[in-house]
Design a protein around this ligand. Structure first.
Ligand SMILES: *Cc1c(COP(=O)(O)O)cnc(C)c1O
Length: 393
């Protein structure tokens, strides 16, 4: 290797006859061209990178892999799941438009619909996505898009995706699906009439609770271009390191998902009969309110998320988390380890007790994001915790 003539000039990267097996991490913000003609080619033919906010290799590599999973021709990686939701809405809507959203969307998505969009002169209606007729009834002349999640958080209701896709097609509305809970392993929105699919990559795809990232995918080139413009201009591009970490996590996504899902199905059945448990909500269980739809959409798979309702109130809920100290009580999902979340004190704390009760979310309600522990150990820990909860006063 040549000795540098001054330390601020970069040296060549060492070349050899072998090549790295691991994905390289490229943190460079800027890219040098040979001359202005060369730079013209980069812009005109998109034959390289210029400035990291406009795109960088680690985002390209990650987007290509999520595109493969979602069956998308075009994909954009964004700095968080929420920026992915934002990019999708900014790419589709303008002042004067109306958008229909699921009434149990992710909390921040609800806030985006009801507090941020109105500031831009965009109105929204929130409708139960298990009821396609209600969605149709909410359409106005200025409606442009529908935003739904396939499985709702935390009640795990399954949206009428077939009905909604048909309505979107009839009325030429852009159908945007937040596929975070389901992941492309359970459901691929673009294969079933959606125009845009969204992932909070933070959750199951990256899977290790060490990056915050999002993704939007589409098969419509013009839509992809508009979303890319929104991403770059509003400055939502993620850092190369986060993309690199997420791509590393993604390599085991299929294995993690299948394992977590198998454990979740076993855990759901074990807890359904356990002392201290009033109810278990899991899509493939026959007592799930949308059981038939879940089976039709997900081909018999139920995913890694389940919810449970303890007998008893806040005292039982406190006893439950305290009796399972090694299962993290933390408001996330999709981690390699199982996590418990308690919507009344976290995601749904802004609602009144009556508002929560209308959704079936009582003080004993927990959402479980099942991870990769030994299933027998997890069943034992949560069964003991539910038993302890049943004795709490
Ligand atoms: C977490 C989540 C988001 C937001 O993702 P962040 O990466 O936290 O910004 C959006 N939608 C759903 C369904 C989520 O679970």
């Amino acid at each position: 290797m040549k000795t540098p003539r001054t330390i601020v000039r970069r040296t060549d990267w060492p070349q050899g006859t072998t090549r790295a097996v691991g994905t390289p991490l490229q943190p460079s913000v800027v890219y040098a061209a040979a001359d202005p003609d060369d730079l013209d080619r980069v812009y005109d033919e998109k034959s390289g990178y210029t400035y990291a906010r406009e795109g960088h290799p680690n985002a390209t590599v990650l987007a290509a892999k999520v595109n493969f999973l979602e069956g998308a021709a075009h994909g954009i990686v964004t700095g968080s799941g929420m920026s992915a939701v934002g990019v999708a809405l900014l790419g589709v809507l303008k002042t004067g438009d109306h958008v229909i959203g699921g009434d149990q969307l992710y909390g921040r998505s609800l806030r985006l619909m009801t507090q941020e969009l109105p500031r831009l002169g965009i109105t929204s209606s929130l409708v139960d996505p298990t009821d396609a007729a209600a969605i149709r009834a909410a359409i106005r002349p200025e409606t442009r898009a529908i935003l739904v999640e396939v499985v709702s958080n935390p009640t795990l209701r399954v949206a009428d995706m077939e009905g909604i896709a048909a309505i979107a097609k009839d009325h030429r509305l852009t159908l945007i699906v937040d596929n975070t809970f389901t992941t492309p392993r359970l459901y691929r929105p673009l294969d079933h009439g959606a125009d845009i699919t969204i992932q909070s990559v933070t959750k199951l795809l990256a899977g290790h609770s060490d990056v915050t990232l999002g993704y939007v995918g589409t098969n419509d080139a013009a839509l992809a271009q508009r979303m890319m413009e929104a991403n770059v201009t509003w400055g939502l591009t993620p850092s190369p390191f986060d993309c690199w970490l997420a791509e590393r996590g993604l390599q085991t996504f299929d294995l993690r998902f299948d394992r977590a899902q198998a454990t979740a199905a076993r855990l759901a059945d074990a807890l359904a009969g356990a002392q201290g448990i009033d109810r278990v909500i899991y899509p493939t269980r026959p007592d799930h309110p949308d059981h038939n739809r879940a089976v039709a959409l997900f081909g018999g798979q139920g995913g890694n998320m389940l919810s449970l309702v303890l007998k008893g109130g806040r005292a039982a809920a406190n006893a439950f988390t305290r009796a399972a100290p090694e299962v993290n009580f933390a408001p996330t999902l999709g981690d390699v380890g199982t996590t418990l979340s308690h919507p009344p004190s976290s995601s749904h704390r802004a609602l009144t007790p009556e508002g929560r009760a209308a959704l079936g979310i009582t003080e004993g309600f927990f959402r479980v994001s099942v991870g990769l522990e030994d299933p027998a150990l997890l069943i034992e820990e949560l069964t003991i915790a539910a038993e302890a909860a049943s004795k709490a006063r």
